[in-house]
Design a protein around this ligand. Structure first.
Ligand SMILES: [Zn+2]
Ligand SMILES: [Zn+2]
Length: 299
């Protein structure tokens, strides 16, 4: 839906400023100019409205039309993990990552361990995660696993990544120091991807020195994300990825509106501008890294 479609129903003068803002928030951003070669390194297709096979196809068609050729859909809980694996089998452009989000770490019982171990062996599953530590929700939600439970589950996922040889997809919210300490104590797997990197430039430096991959979402485009842009600037070419984390974190100037994989070129272009390279070159670097790290075949 475009701006025009929305305003033809009711003229702006009939609406209060608050209603206009509310409508705008529900409005999907326009399709960006195509930027071929991209891979959305982290999205949540089901949460984007892609519950059924046909809906997944529609989301991926729209993404492909603007150059986002493949996506990794990431699980939060066991139901989501089963769904992500199914989606990756429905459509050749979708790959899955399975694991328990740190907020759901308490669900990691023996049955879940057995099932996740089995799922990770599926060739359409390209990463273990998202796992890690989330200290934001521990104080704000009664349902969130406490830090000790999160640490145990994180350690188990680290081991699963090592056993399976697949990349570890890390979620980190307000837990930089503990997260890096757990990784060091357990021994990091070969490929560590810091999804939606949100740390300081100093943490970014520490990560890249350890060879960890930093994946940047729409937050890197936000006007107040000065430190995050510094982090993106110091990340070497071989350790950078781009993701939507859709339906969240829609890039500037569409912040707060619904996000989907087709919005990825906005963030990729912002990274190109920041790093002073052509958008084509940036897309080749970002897409190439995703295909290599996730061992995703070229289509
Ligand atoms: Zn996350
Ligand atoms: Zn996510």
């Amino acid at each position: 839906m475009t701006d025009q479609d929305e305003t033809t129903e009711t003229t702006a003068t009939d609406l209060t400023a608050k209603e206009i803002r509310k409508r705008k928030r529900r409005m999907p951003p326009p399709d960006p100019t195509p930027l071929p070669g991209l891979v959305d390194a982290h999205t949540h297709l089901a949460a984007c409205g892609g519950r059924a096979e046909e809906d997944v196809r529609v989301i991926l068609d729209r993404a492909e039309a603007v150059g986002v050729e493949q996506v990794v859909t990431v699980a939060d809980d066991m139901v989501d993990a089963r769904w992500a694996v199914a989606a990756a089998h429905w459509d050749s452009r979708a790959f899955a990552a399975v694991g328990l989000h740190p907020t759901h770490a308490a669900d990691l019982d023996d049955a879940a361990r057995a099932e996740l171990t089995e799922m990770v062996a599926d060739p359409r599953v390209v990463a273990v995660g998202e796992t890690g530590l989330d200290y934001y929700w521990t104080t704000r939600s009664d349902d969130c696993a406490d830090p000790a439970v999160q640490r145990d589950a994180f350690a188990w996922h680290i081991d699963l990544a090592k056993r399976s040889g697949k990349p570890l997809m890390i979620h980190n919210r307000e837990a930089d120091r503990d997260l890096l300490d757990v990784l060091a104590a357990e021994g990091a797997p070969e490929t560590v991807i810091m999804h939606c990197f949100s740390g300081t430039p100093a943490i970014a430096r520490e990560c890249v020195d350890l060879g960890y991959v930093l994946s940047f979402s729409g937050t890197v485009t936000f006007t107040n994300s000065v430190e995050l842009r510094e982090a993106a600037l110091l990340t070497p070419d071989e350790l950078i990825l781009v993701e939507t984390d859709a339906p969240f974190l829609t890039p500037h100037p569409y912040r707060g509106q619904p996000n989907q994989s087709y919005c990825l070129p906005y963030t990729a272009r912002a990274l190109a501008e920041l790093r002073g390279v052509s958008e084509e070159q940036m897309a080749e670097t970002l897409g190439g890294n995703a295909r290599k790290l996730y061992s995703v075949p070229l289509r």
